[in-house]
Design a protein. Structure first.
Length: 355
């Protein structure tokens, strides 16, 4: 027999080997079955709660767009999705959830306050949290725990934390925009009041209270008075001296009349310009005030930055462990390792025959 042939196993020799070791193989498989069964029965059921949502564009929640009638835009851009996922997987969110739900005690990591306990708790929390971008451009947030109610509460709390932090990204800008609206409204209000006071003074100074009506009245009165004066001066009825004083009062500012042609001529342009300016400022002030009030309402209402498609609910069945698969794989792996060890032993036993 050649040296190489001593290492080859025929079907008959393999059968003989397995017949010789079959009791031990059966024992190994039986032990693997019993041990794996005991282990999987002691493993707690793990439940998964899933929340599905879409991010909105943070710019679409700004007051300067909301007051113009813009609608919330669903953010399917990669940067919006990456931003929301990064927020959900960030350390501040994890620390917030750990403290809010007292996961130190829930995970049985010990009393909080040491780096070891903190790191272990955060690591276990992160391993139970999954945030992925699915094929429909939505974000699926999954949290696993042996307590199905806690898993749902944590998942919904993480979504709320993402929404809050995502809003903070534009909150300062929204406040700045709101302050600009307030300043603009206040400035227009001051200019409006100044112009109104200037118009009142101009009316009192020049005696111009109604441009169109007052102009017709003065023109008619001056014409009629002058006509009567001419008749009186020609020897007709009327007091020429009185009519002359009346005409002087209607035409000259020194005549004593509050409403006179000289003042009306001087003040018409000023009053007309001030009236036009006042009407323009009034319209702009009302619009600016309405814009500010709408922006203030939108900021105080805290428009959500997420569009929630599915709220996390307590699971109706466990997601893991797969006990039958674990037991079967344990038995198969034990048999495979046992066969390998047996073959190595048989080769080692035949090794002296090489000499």
């Amino acid at each position: 027999m050649s040296p190489t042939s001593t290492f080859s196993f025929s079907l008959a020799s393999l059968r003989a080997i397995f017949d010789r070791w079959k009791h031990l193989l059966g024992l190994a498989a039986g032990l693997a079955l019993v041990v794996s069964t005991i282990v999987v029965l002691r493993m707690p059921n793990i439940y998964s709660s899933v929340a599905v949502f879409l991010p909105t564009s943070p710019q679409s929640a700004d007051p300067d767009r909301l007051v113009e009638g813009s609608k919330l835009e669903l953010g399917t851009r990669s940067e919006d999705l990456d931003r929301v996922i990064s927020i959900g997987e960030s350390l501040p969110v994890a620390e917030l959830m750990v403290r809010r739900f007292n996961l130190y005690q829930h995970y049985k990591q010990g009393v909080p306050g040491t780096d070891l306990v903190e790191n272990r708790t955060l690591q276990e929390f992160s391993s139970n949290l999954s945030i992925v971008h699915n094929e429909r451009d939505a974000i699926e947030l999954t949290f696993q725990d042996r307590d199905k109610q806690l898993a749902a509460r944590v998942a919904n709390a993480v979504v709320a934390a993402i929404d809050s932090i995502n809003q903070q990204l534009t909150l300062e800008n929204r406040r700045n925009v709101l302050e600009l609206y307030r300043q603009r409204s206040a400035s227009l209000g001051r200019h409006y009041e100044q112009t109104r006071q200037a118009l009142i003074k101009a009316r009192r100074r020049y005696g111009v209270f109604g441009l169109e009506q007052q102009g017709r009245y003065l023109a008619k009165t001056v014409i009629e008075t002058e006509k009567e004066l001419r008749v009186a001066e020609g020897g007709g009825p009327g007091n020429a001296a009185g009519l002359r004083r009346a005409l002087r009062g209607l035409t000259s500012a020194e005549g004593g009349n509050l409403i006179n042609l000289e003042n009306w001529t001087k003040g018409a342009d000023s009053v007309n310009l001030a009236s036009t300016r006042l009407a323009d400022l009034q319209g702009r002030f009302i619009a600016a005030r309405a814009t500010y009030e709408q922006a203030e309402t939108s900021l105080s209402s805290r428009v959500s930055s997420l569009y929630l498609l599915q709220k996390a609910q307590p699971a109706t069945r466990k997601s893991k462990p797969f006990r039958s698969a674990i037991v079967l794989s344990s038995v198969v792996l034990t048999l495979a390792l046992s066969i390998l060890v047996i073959l190595l032993l048989e080769l080692w036993r035949r090794r002296p025959a090489l000499g």
